[in-house]
Design a protein around this ligand. Structure first.
Ligand SMILES: Nc1ncnc2c1ncn2[C@@H]1O[C@H](COP(=O)(O)OP(=O)(O)OP(=O)(O)O)[C@@H](O)[C@H]1O
Length: 322
């Protein structure tokens, strides 16, 4: 028997670890690209051996010519690989935040809807260590703070479905090699190399330049930064949750004295969480809004109300924020 190619083994090991403790049907979200194709092939091998039914969903965004044929080809391959159920989810992409964000929102909505309808407990996504490094670099460049630089979580719950990213510690090179070793021909997404997209420019220019200047360890180190910051951010979020409850007064007003005694990192999180809870849309809530709220607490000189996205006005009345 031929020896198992190391990249195939690496992807299978990562999937095996991610599926530990998972019960019920799992679905692979597969575009047909190398990352999610390697993930799907590994899941088709590993899941049955862990007693888990495994299916696949591929989303047709209808944005490129030939997208329906690509989706059908992925679905046909999945069925032949023994994955079941297999579904093509056709979505209509429209909405705010640019075409990339709209496609992503539509995709995640379709994936969780399919999981709930098919009774699956988890959806597996094919983001790799390289995707994580790109995310950290983009977040760093945009000044998004530790939450953004914490990158994509290994696990997130949406509507009772676990979104899992088993390959965050596997390199893109290995997913490509795994596909080649298994005789699979991945689909190349033209968006991945389209310089109109910031992520594509990071992938083709920024990250290779950093690797050239600082060495190959950069990708791994950026991904590790995400893991370290994710742990810190989770701890701070937990402290902020408790602090928000301590500061809460009647009608959800906040007590200024309670807020003032908090460290800056916790207080700004409390104010951010409170603004969201009052209805400010997270995407529109910027650090400037939070800084203005913070000034009502820490730099009070009788200033007027702070206007937040979502038509919310926050004023200081005596010792309360309302
Ligand atoms: N059309 C799609 N249908 C189903 N899942 C998708 C689709 N597009 C992306 N995904 C899921 O989201 C993950 C990330 O996709 P994205 O396009 O951001 O990255 P990628 O590195 O190009 O991934 P891939 O090589 O798998 O296409 C994919 O690995 C896959 O799990």
């Amino acid at each position: 028997m031929a020896a198992l190619a190391p990249p195939v083994a690496a992807v299978r090991t990562a999937v095996r670890q991610a599926l530990r403790g998972v019960e019920g049907t799992v679905l692979v979200a597969c575009s047909g690209g190398a990352d999610s194709l390697a993930l799907a092939a590994a899941t088709a091998f590993v899941a049955p051996r862990q007693g888990l039914p495994a299916g696949l969903v591929t989303v047709d965004h209808g944005l490129q010519s030939g997208s329906a044929e690509r989706a059908a080809a992925v679905a046909a391959w999945a069925a032949s690989a023994g994955l079941a159920p297999v579904e093509v989810a056709t979505v209509t992409v429209s909405g705010a935040g640019g075409p990339e964000a709209a496609a992503r929102d539509a995709r995640y909505a379709a994936l969780t809807e399919a999981a709930i309808r098919l009774g699956a407990s988890a959806v597996l996504l094919g983001h790799t260590r390289d995707d994580q490094a790109e995310t950290v670099l983009l977040a760093l460049a945009r000044g998004s703070g530790p939450r953004g630089m914490a990158g994509m979580p290994v696990r997130r719950e949406v509507g009772g479905v676990a979104l899992l990213r088993p390959l965050l510690d596997v390199s893109r090179e290995d997913t490509r090699k795994a596909c080649a070793a298994l005789g699979l021909s991945p689909w190349e997404d033209p968006h991945n190399t389209d310089p109109a997209y910031a992520r594509a420019r990071v992938r083709s220019a920024a990250l290779p330049a950093l690797v050239e200047a600082l060495g190959a360890g950069v990708v791994d180190n950026l991904a590790r930064t995400a893991r370290l910051l994710a742990a810190d951010a989770a701890a701070l979020d937990e402290l902020a949750r408790a602090a928000l409850e301590r500061a809460r007064r009647q009608d959800s007003a906040l007590d200024v004295a309670e807020l003032r005694r908090l460290p800056d990192a916790v207080r700004t999180r409390v104010l951010h969480a409170w603004a969201r809870e009052r209805g400010a849309p997270p995407a529109a809530l910027s650090h400037r809004h939070v800084a203005a709220l913070d000034a009502l607490v820490t730099a009070w000189r009788g200033q007027g109300p702070v206007h937040l996205p979502g038509g919310i006005a926050v004023a200081r009345r005596g010792t309360l924020l309302t």
